[in-house]
Design a protein around this ligand. Structure first.
Ligand code: SAH
Ligand code: SF4
Length: 424
């Protein structure tokens, strides 16, 4: 979502005549789009901002701006901590970036734009895209879930769904420009449609998009187990363009912790949901997020998380050490799991997942897979990289003309992160 917000902001500015440059030193305007989901992300932003102080002293005319979640959350205090910052622009205001920048140019520094009532509505400039064959499309903004550890609902506000005609029109324009794969975005995408007239669901949106000629693949993130309906699983299995891949964070395998996290499901419920989905889509891959060291997490709670990971056999997992976020419910609980315990649990899950990923990936050896070629491989510039429908990363031989095309690749080797194959 942050990547897309950055892309849309850039599109807006390019329409106004701004151009991107390769180095910070060459820029008239420096904008940092931020995340505040964990303290670590915020620390990194403050460290980047600190590093810009000297440049700003030498070139006071350069505009430095902070965008997104941290801007929304910290507001005015960013100017106090980093007086060389000119602009603080929250999650709902970036559509007004051109006028905010003009304002700074004409009237000077310290412009604060964190209006909560403003509704984000950015007209997408299809021409300014990072690549022509893939696109993110926001379908629902905000989150109404209030998981006890999470800052997102506070910085991104309440859920607002876009209408199906609005989304279809945008996707149609992207497809006309050569787009083959779209990823629909929402913090809790399964509640898409809430608040729209006429009982609209994510299944309805997927069905409408599945009918678009020229579009090949549809992905959607992030699924919330409590809002993932069996009806949606059936729709997913039925629609050929919808990739059989689910990113559905479990967060923990302990019912006690899940309840304290206010996630609204049990580990058993999660298991049943995956079992049902796999019954309909045997090759479906599942990815998850886990938080370790949530307040009160005992060795036994953690053992249950390990068990869930072993049982489900995720394709990959993002594992985070719990980070208290001021203003959330969980921040009122004592952050009582020692950092070394958090670190050890984090390592244990990473190791476990690595082993599972390797075993699962090895099962792909000898299979032919369909890959959307995305570009040159970072590890070998003579090769291409891309993804399967199940979201495996594949490195294979092929020339750059294949980028943006769907190709068949025969897999001959696998690591925990990558499949290696030969172009068929
Ligand atoms: N809307 C998505 C993503 C939320 S943020 C979802 O519901 O899954 C992405 C991930 O960050 C979460 O899934 C969670 O695992 C992690 N996260 C959120 N708040 C956190 C916190 N306070 N400390 C550590 N990890 C956190
Ligand atoms: Fe945060 Fe929970 Fe909303 Fe995801 S569903 S954004 S974890 S509050």
């Amino acid at each position: 979502m942050n990547k897309l917000d950055a892309e849309l902001s850039l599109g807006l500015l390019q329409e106004e005549g701004y151009k991107t440059v390769d180095t910070v030193e060459g820029a008239d305007v420096i904008l940092i789009n931020t995340c505040s989901v964990r303290q670590h992300a915020e620390d990194k932003v403050y460290s980047h901002l600190g590093a810009l102080k000297a440049l700003k002293k030498k070139h006071p005319e350069v505009i430095v701006g902070v965008l997104g979640c941290m801007a929304q959350k910290d507001g005015e205090s960013i100017f106090k901590r980093m007086p060389h910052v000119d602009l603080v622009c929250g999650t709902r205001m970036f559509s007004r970036l051109p006028e905010l920048l003009l304002n700074i140019k004409n009237h000077g520094s310290h412009v604060l734009a964190i209006d909560e009532d403003h509704i984000v509505n950015v007209k997408r400039a299809v021409t300014y895209r990072p690549n022509f064959y893939q696109a993110f499309v926001t379908v629902i903004r905000g989150c109404d879930n209030f998981c006890s550890y999470c800052i997102v609902p506070y910085v991104r506000g309440r859920e607002i769904s876009r209408t199906i005609p609005d989304i279809t029109q945008e996707v149609q324009a992207l497809v006309s420009g050569g787009c083959k794969e779209i990823t629909l975005l929402g913090q809790n995408i399964n509640t898409y449609g809430k608040g729209l007239s006429g009982d609209i669901t994510l299944g309805d949106l997927l069905s409408a998009l599945n009918d678009l000629d020229g579009l090949e693949r549809i992905r959607f993130v992030t699924s919330h187990p409590a809002d993932m309906s069996r009806d949606l699983i059936r729709t997913m299995s039925r629609l050929e363009k919808v990739c059989k891949h689910l990113h559905m964070p479990a967060q923990s395998g302990s019912d006690r912790i899940l309840s304290s996290m206010k996630r609204g499901y049990t580990a058993g419920y999660y298991r049943d949901l995956i079992a049902y989905a796999r019954e309909l889509m045997p090759h479906m891959s599942v990815a998850s997020d886990f938080i370790v060291g949530f307040p009160g997490e005992t060795d036994e709670d953690f053992r249950e998380t390990v068990q869930l990971m072993e049982d489900i056999r995720f394709q990959n997992c993002f594992i985070f050490k719990y980070s208290p976020r001021t203003g959330t419910k969980a921040a009122e609980l004592e952050d009582d799991v020692a950092d070394e315990v958090k670190r050890a649990r984090n390592m244990r899950l990473l190791e476990l997942q690595k082993g599972i990923s390797l075993e699962e990936n090895r099962k792909m050896i000898g299979r032919m897979v369909e890959v959307l070629a995305e570009g040159t491989s970072k590890s070998d510039s003579n090769k291409l990289t891309g993804r399967t429908r199940q979201n495996h990363i594949v490195v294979f031989n092929g020339s750059r003309e294949l980028v943006g095309k769907l190709v068949n690749v025969l897999i001959y080797e696998a690591t925990d992160l990558t499949l290696h194959g030969t172009l068929a």
